[in-house]
Design a protein. Structure first.
Length: 162
């Protein structure tokens, strides 16, 4: 019997892509690069939303070009925003999972949940990878008939499937 029978479906929030170039945070940068090595090895199925593309457009020109090239190389599936994403986002905001300024973060999580993915991967420790967020999001998900979702850093994914 395989130890890890299932390849994970991972939603990669924008911070994951950005940390490939975070020379000011070498530990996170190196963990992110190791994570993307596993992606290249086919250990994970990766997904993004149009919001990731929009947020990357705000990066300085050279960084934006590098990020766009990385996304083209790794070819994540781009999820569509739909009514379920909107409803989940609204539920998260009404429950005050995060402040109003964190609405884009709630949209990222809602994409993963609405599309039945396994994990949200993020380096956003302020609004996404937090105990409060995990507990509230999963409570809301269960109450609305969705499965629970894991919310982790790229470092926590390393080695899964090995």
């Amino acid at each position: 019997m395989e130890r890890f029978p299932k390849k994970l479906s991972l939603y990669l929030e924008t911070s994951v892509w950005n940390f490939v170039y975070a020379d000011d945070a070498p530990e996170k940068r190196d963990a992110t690069k190791a994570f993307f090595t596993e992606v290249r090895q086919g250990k994970h199925d990766i997904f993004i939303s149009g919001l990731v593309i929009v947020e990357i457009e705000d990066a300085p020109a050279q960084r934006r070009e590098n990020l766009e090239a990385l996304i083209r190389e790794l070819a994540p599936v781009q999820l569509r925003r739909n009514e379920a994403v909107e409803n989940l986002t609204n539920a998260y905001m009404e429950a005050k999972v995060g402040p109003e300024k964190a609405k884009p973060d709630m949209i990222h999580i809602a994409h993963a949940v609405a599309h039945n993915l396994d994990v949200v991967v993020s380096w956003n420790l302020k609004h996404i990878v937090r105990l409060k967020t995990k507990l509230l999001v999963n409570g809301i998900n269960k109450s609305l008939g969705y499965k629970e979702i894991e919310i982790v850093t790229p470092e926590e994914v390393l080695g899964y499937g090995s």
